[in-house]
Design a protein around this ligand. Structure first.
Ligand code: SF4
Ligand code: SF4
Length: 105
């Protein structure tokens, strides 16, 4: 396999900056994201219309947080403590059972 161009230069810069920069954004406690309620960042929130839902789970699969879990009947339930309002669930929903609305809080 061919050598990456500028490999030595990249390594030199990485070494130089890793020595200069103070560490940041390091998760020192495993699972600490649970206490970081990312829902407070939200501008839009998903509104769910159960009568339109066909339980395809696409919203559940695509939610990047995850902020969607399934109830005992396998309908999606939104966890607004962690939902960032990205709108992916609404975008993927084939029946428009999820509509993004402006956050009111
Ligand atoms: S808006 Fe984004 S973060 Fe919130 S439930 Fe939908 S996919 Fe998940
Ligand atoms: S993507 Fe839409 S239809 Fe499918 S489970 Fe989610 S809300 Fe229901």
């Amino acid at each position: 396999m061919a050598e990456t161009p500028f490999k030595a230069e990249i390594e030199r810069v990485q070494k130089e900056y890793s020595e200069k920069m103070t560490p940041g954004a390091i998760a020192t406690i495993p699972g600490s994201s649970v206490i970081n309620k990312t829902g407070s960042w939200r501008v839009f929130m998903p509104e769910f219309y159960k009568d339109k839902c066909v339980r395809c789970y696409l919203c559940y699969i695509y939610c990047p947080e995850p902020a969607i879990y399934l109830d005992e009947e396998n309908y999606p339930v939104f966890d607004y403590d962690y939902c960032k309002g990205c709108g992916i669930c609404a975008n993927e929903c084939p029946t428009d059972a999820i509509i993004m609305v402006r956050e009111t809080k």
